[in-house]
Design a protein. Structure first.
Length: 214
């Protein structure tokens, strides 16, 4: 860590310890924290400094500090993010569920030790139950087991399934299009997963032959 960063850490710590007597303001602490982060990070491998810059959507949710957004603001954020959702030019949204399972299991990518340009994983099991066979999974997000089956998808190519298929693609592409302060990665919008990888995850969730829907 750079000397400047260490100094800022010390200042922040002193401010916090002196809180009862001096009462440092939240803006001062926030500023010191941002400076620590700015001076402690460096661009290396697949980790870039642009991660320190919040877009308007993330800034609004960060400022809310866990509180519900004002309804009008929330709707505006969702509308802005919905405009970023891109569907494949060839119209194909469903890939190979077996490849999708590999992506769901794979948590690698986006760290300073990863080579820029290498394929990332989705790390889906960190937050969701997906397959009944998986014994260890996260609970931050809802269970996705039987995702397609519960929604009546017997054939993703059936026009009757189009609303849920399109929604699922949009949710994977940019979750904030449907929930302004969603903590789910914006896989397509942020370039975390490729278009083909998204197709494969779509198949994992929606293909009746996928273990998700058994």
């Amino acid at each position: 860590m750079k000397k400047t960063a260490l100094k800022l850490v010390f200042i922040t710590g002193v401010a916090l310890l002196a809180g009862c007597a001096a009462g440092p303001s939240a803006p001062d602490i926030d500023l010191a924290t941002r400076e620590v982060m700015k001076n402690s990070f460096r661009a290396q491998g697949d980790a870039r400094l642009d991660r320190l810059t919040l877009d308007a959507s993330n800034r609004a949710c960060s400022d809310a500090q866990g509180a519900a957004l004002e309804e009008k603001l929330g709707r505006a954020i969702e509308a802005a993010n919905f405009k970023t959702v891109k569907f494949p030019a060839d119209g194909k949204l469903i890939g190979n569920w077996a490849e999708g399972e590999k992506i769901a299991q794979n948590g690698r990518g986006l760290t300073w030790t990863d080579k820029a340009g290498d394929a990332n994983g989705g790390s889906c099991y960190n937050c969701h139950q997906i397959s009944r066979a998986e014994l260890s999974y996260g609970s931050l997000g809802p269970s996705l087991y039987n995702y397609g089956k519960l929604r009546g998808v017997t054939d993703p190519a059936d026009p009757a399934s189009k609303p849920i298929v399109d929604y699922t693609w949009g949710k994977l592409w940019n979750a904030k299009a449907y929930n302004a302060c969603s903590g789910m990665p914006r896989f397509g919008h942020a370039g975390i997963l490729t278009e083909q990888q998204l197709r494969d995850v779509m198949a994992l969730l929606l293909d009746p032959k996928s273990p998700v829907n058994q």
